[in-house]
Design a binder for this molecule. Structure first.
Ligand code: AMP
Length: 120
């Protein structure tokens, strides 16, 4: 997609702090990190959002899921991490190219979904 920011990152037209690339996917640090570790994994193929995923994307998405823990460990997530996929208007998606945020650090992240009793 000509005007997609993440497609431009994949093509090298916009600089990024790349952490991983293979034939199908690209991973890079978020420009506005929300935590000490915050990077994104995207498919090179332009898929607008999780809402646009089809059966033909099954193995691509599987590859991404399998890659996440490896990249998270390499980036320093030694005791867990959070993955976030914002989808569409309601999900607060700003960049319309499917991306998985991987967020972590040393400290426990604030809960996104309230629990009746927060464990320490
Ligand atoms: P989302 O709300 O899930 O669509 O989030 C989009 C994310 O992309 C935000 O966290 C932005 O900080 C990040 N972002 C936007 N432009 C860039 C860029 N050029 N390089 C790295 N991250 C970016």
């Amino acid at each position: 997609m000509d005007n997609c920011v993440f497609c431009k990152i994949v093509r090298g037209e916009i600089p990024s702090k790349k952490i991983y690339e293979d034939a199908d996917v690209f991973a890079f640090h978020d420009i506005h990190p929300a935590a000490p570790i915050h990077f994104m994994l995207i498919p090179k193929l332009h898929i607008g959002s999780l809402d646009e995923v089809e059966d033909k994307h099954r193995s691509l998405l599987g590859e991404m899921m399998v890659l996440i823990p490896r990249l998270a460990r390499e980036q320093g997530c030694t005791d867990g991490f959070r993955t976030i996929i914002n989808t569409g208007r309601v999900g607060g998606q700003e960049v319309h190219h499917l991306h998985i945020h991987i967020v972590g650090g040393r400290e426990r992240l604030p809960a996104m979904i309230p629990h009746s009793r927060q464990k320490e």
